[in-house]
Design a protein around this ligand. Structure first.
Ligand code: B16
Ligand code: MG
Length: 210
């Protein structure tokens, strides 16, 4: 029996992947590191520091811990500048309607995002009041594919993981949902995953599980 739906943020509620790409590209170009859209795909759902490690696989030198932290901070500052263009207009199709329908049926709704900017993004797109709880990159030590962020969301909701559905656009996010013992719904890129319980083209199809 489904009691809650936990939504990933970037790529499910709002598409910020292009902004992440532009910010990382800016840093990679400055450092003379090869970075392209294919490599960017591997960063989907992955934390900021883990994303940096993937980008540095193509670096010509070794970076110290302090240098890595400085690069991650620089990327984030640039990303935050880019986020200022984001608004309610950028909420992905059918999402707002789905959230209201779930609430109308008494289903709890939550965010489970690797992003440390999740709350700022929700405010920017005017969805800061609709979710029952938000679990994000600030709540966890291990990002997806570890189950931590979804387990934190379930705990904050007070609902057993087996009664939760996760909606994800990242393959690592589907792995995290299954590791959390939750039902995993794949949308967009996550449909590549072999572990998804359901693969939907229209996010409103989640209503068929309720
Ligand atoms: P930040 P999600 C993830 O969000 C993004 O998909 C991923 O590309 C990003 O590196 C990660 O958040 C960390 O973001 O730098 O803002 O803390 O898809 O889990 O909502
Ligand atoms: Mg995502």
């Amino acid at each position: 029996m489904i009691k809650a739906v936990i939504f990933d943020l970037d790529g499910v509620i709002v598409s910020t992947d292009e902004l992440h790409y532009l910010a990382w590209k800016h840093i990679a170009d400055q450092e003379d590191i090869e970075f392209n859209k294919n490599i960017n795909h591997r960063l989907r759902g992955v934390s900021r520091m883990d994303s940096l490690e993937i980008i540095l696989e193509n670096a010509k030198k070794t970076y110290s811990k302090q240098e890595k932290e400085a690069l991650a901070t620089k990327k984030n500052n640039y990303y935050i500048e880019l986020l200022s263009s984001l608004g309610a207009k950028d909420i992905l199709p059918n999402v707002f309607e789905l959230l209201n329908q779930l609430k109308g049926k008494g289903i709890k709704i939550a965010i489970g995002s690797s992003s440390k900017n999740a709350k700022a993004i929700l405010k920017q797109i005017k969805l800061n009041d609709i979710f029952d709880v938000v679990a994000d990159g600030n709540d966890i030590l291990h990002s997806k594919p570890a189950p931590d962020v979804f387990l934190v969301a379930a705990k904050k909701l007070g609902i057993n993981p087996k009664h939760c559905v996760v909606v994800e656009d990242a393959v690592v996010g589907i792995e995290a949902a299954k590791a959390a013992n939750m039902t995993a719904v794949a949308v967009f890129d996550a449909k590549k995953s072999n572990f998804a319980d359901y693969k939907f083209n229209d996010i409103r199809d989640i209503l068929t599980l309720i």
